[in-house]
Structures are given as structure tokens and as C-alpha cells.
Write a protein that binds this ligand. Structure first.
Ligand SMILES: *Cc1c(COP(=O)(O)O)cnc(C)c1O
Length: 375
């Protein structure tokens, strides 16, 4: 065995011993919210395709048409020749939707956050992050070389105390938070964070990856990023912001400059999906309705987004619960550290427009019997 393979094997063994090893399971997704895994057809509560738009006929047709007209790939970075004709309309549309002057689309939401954070801050600046903010916001802060402080989850009082103590020591301060927290489903106190940003001359970046299309509202935040890969059913990330900020991104953001543009099909599919979302508000409302049926059935705190966590503690407990639900015909992924803090491994339920009220009732019944041990 080479030292490289010995290293990999010993790391894996250590992960295995703590129930933290991960592996890829081949999963074929079907049109109506089902997934096929190990030859079994399971009703999935683990897709972020909240509106099932990845399967929508108009969205698929737009993607196919884009391939026929513009080819399979973009061919280069957008700054070179990859800025194909489908980008401008999508960006204008995102800016209009979010009420900003401009928008920029990136290769993914993960890349968008790295691009935004490293363009706006660096050494001598501070990133102030909610403790449960998404991993890619933290990655951006690290890559940017900025100092990093974390405030307690959804605790603007703690953020305020950290600003009062530290603001004077830094040139610029960027406050970063999820708008809808990806593993907890709760909402950030954006109005409070906006007020703090105003008082301390800080900038606020809100990550709306799980909000766009399915959770209404949201304050007028100057830096609104999100993804085209979840409720929009396609792939890519975006930032909606002022014209000068977007122009600076075009000149400085390394994930934009040094990476190939999105394939035309992804851009066309996103635009078509936004058409569907705008045309049918009742579709956008359905995931949250379903989540509320579930929390009501089990007496859990009322859902405020399509994401409902059931915290079980240790990684092994979450894995066992996920396997139990699989035997009942449901796909509900176990979420373990480091995705969530140690001791808070959980089942994470994501409700979508593909689920019926009857599906949710069956799931709640299975959770009540098999996981919560109630009759
Ligand atoms: C999924 C997610 C991202 C990353 O978006 P991708 O388009 O999947 O790369 C960023 N932020 C949050 C909060 C997310 O949940």
C-alpha cells in the first residue's frame, strides 16, 4: 500500500468508527417525488427540488431546446466566450424578482458564496457569521483570508455584542447568514441584522438557497444570494445586488473568472422554472403547507419553511432511524456532523409540491410508530 492509500484508509477507518463515513448510493429520481435505490422505489423526503420543477415538462423542454440551439457546454469562462445569449435574460429576471439593480449567475450556489465573500472582504476585514450558516459561507471567509467570528444561532443580541467589541479593529465587516437555515428550517431575523448592519456600518449577505420560490418575504438585503439548484430545479447560483457590486464581481470574482460558464441548458431551465413559479403561486405555497401538516400531525413546533428537522442526537441513531423509514418505503436521509453540530444528528424532512396530504399522513404515522415509539 502506498502512503497515500494508507492515509486514505486510516482516515476512513476513523470515520467509520464514529458512524461518520459517507458513501454514494445510486439514486434514480422519478417524476412524482419517488426515488429508486437498491432496486426499491421510495417516496423521497430528501430532495430540495421543492416544486418538482426539475421534472416539469416546460423546464425540460427549455433545457432540450437550449442544447439544440447553443450546444451542450459553454466552452469557456463567461469573461472569455462562455457568456452565451441565455444569461442576460435570466440575470435581468433575477434582479427584478429581488428588487435589485443587477444580478450575476455563478456555476453553483457554493461557488457564488465563495465568489461574493472573497470579492468583498480580505485580510483586515471581518466576517461575522451565524453559527449555523452554510459551509460555503465559511469556506468563502477562509479563502478570503478575512478574520471570522461566529454569533450564536439567530441571536442578533450576540452579534451586536461582537460588533460593539470588535468593529473598530476592522476595515470592513460582512455579516453572513442563511435566510432559511438548510438543516433546521428556521428563518433568520433579517430585520434585526439589517438594523445592526446600519448601526455598525457592516454589509449583510443573506443566503436564500432554501427560500427562493418557496418561502415568501425577506427584507431588502443589499447582498441577496441563492441557488438555481433547489426550488428552481436546475443548477447554478446567483447574487442580486447593486450595479457597482455586480460590476466589481465581474472584474474580481475568481470562481466567475477562472471557471467555465454554466451549460446553456441549465440557464434555460432556470428561466423556464421561474416562469412556472411566477405563473402559479399556489404551487409555491404547497411545500410549506405539507410541512405544516406534518408538524401538526406529530405535535412538533409549526414549520416555517419546507424543512423540518427531527433531532436524534448521535450519528448512529440518525442512521438507524433513516433505515427504519426506508423499510416503510420512505427516503429520509440522516444528517450527521460536520453538516450539523456534534450531538445533533437528525432526520431532515424536506416537503415538496410532489407530496400529497395522504403521503404526509402516512409518513407522520410511520415516524410516530417507528421513530418516536408512540402508538
Ligand atoms: C445548497 C446550499 C448552497 C449551495 O448551493 P448549490 O447550488 O447546491 O451549490 C448554499 N447555501 C445554502 C444555505 C444551501 O443550502
Amino acid at each position: 500500500m502506498t502512503s497515500l492509500d494508507r492515509f486514505a484508509a486510516s482516515e476512513l477507518a476513523a470515520l467509520e468508527a464514529r458512524d461518520l463515513r459517507r458513501s454514494l448510493a445510486e439514486t434514480a429520481r422519478e417524476a412524482e417525488g419517488y426515488a429508486v435505490r437498491n432496486g426499491r422505489r421510495l417516496l423521497s423526503f430528501s430532495c430540495n427540488d421543492y416544486l418538482n420543477l426539475s421534472q416539469h415538462p416546460a423546464v425540460k423542454a427549455a433545457a432540450a431546446d437550449a442544447v439544440h440551439r447553443h450546444g451542450a457546454g459553454a466552452g469557456a469562462s463567461r469573461l472569455v466566450t462562455g457568456n452565451h445569449p441565455l444569461y442576460a435574460a435570466l440575470e435581468a429576471r433575477l434582479a427584478r424578482l429581488k428588487g435589485t439593480e443587477a444580478a450575476c449567475v455563478f456555476g453553483s450556489g457554493y461557488l457564488a458564496n465563495i465568489a461574493i465573500v472573497e470579492t468583498l472582504v480580505g485580510k483586515g476585514d471581518l466576517v461575522l457569521a451565524d453559527r449555523l450558516a452554510h459551509a460555503c459561507l465559511y469556506a468563502g471567509a477562509r479563502i478570503a483570508g478575512a478574520s471570522l467570528l461566529r454569533f450564536r444561532h439567530n441571536d442578533p443580541g450576540h452579534a451586536e455584542a461582537l460588533l460593539a467589541r470588535n468593529r473598530a479593529g476592522f476595515r470592513h465587516v460582512l455579516i453572513v447568514t442563511d435566510r432559511v437555515f438548510s438543516m433546521d428550517g428556521d428563518l433568520a431575523p433579517l430585520d434585526d441584522l439589517m438594523a445592526l448592519a446600519g448601526r455598525f456600518d457592516a454589509w449583510l449577505l443573506a443566503d436564500d438557497a432554501h427560500g427562493l420560490g418557496v418561502v415568501g418575504g425577506g427584507a431588502k438585503v443589499p447582498l441577496q444570494m441563492g441557488t438555481l439548484s433547489k426550488a428552481v430545479g436546475s443548477y447554478g447560483g446567483y447574487l442580486c445586488a447593486s450595479r457597482p457590486v455586480i460590476d466589481l464581481i465581474h472584474s474580481r470574482a475568481r470562481p466567475l473568472i477562472f471557471s467555465t460558464g454554466l451549460p446553456p441548458a441549465a440557464v434555460a431551465a432556470a428561466a423556464a422554472a421561474l416562469d412556472v413559479i411566477e405563473a402559479d403561486p399556489s404551487l409555491a405555497a404547497r411545500p410549506l403547507l405539507r410541512a405544516r401538516e406534518f408538524t401538526r400531525a406529530l405535535g412538533l413546533p409549526e414549520a416555517v419553511s419546507p424543512i423540518v428537522p427531527l433531532i436524534l442526537g448521535e450519528a448512529g441513531a440518525a442512521l438507524a432511524a433513516s433505515r427504519l423509514l426506508e423499510t416503510e418505503g420512505f427516503l429520509v436521509a440522516a444528517i450527521r456532523p460536520p453538516t450539523v453540530p456534534p450531538g445533533t444528528a437528525r432526520l431532515r424532512f424536506a416537503f415538496t409540491a410532489a407530496h400529497s396530504a395522504a403521503d404526509v399522513a402516512r409518513l407522520a404515522e410511520a415516524v410516530r410508530r417507528r421513530i418516536l415509539g408512540r402508538s
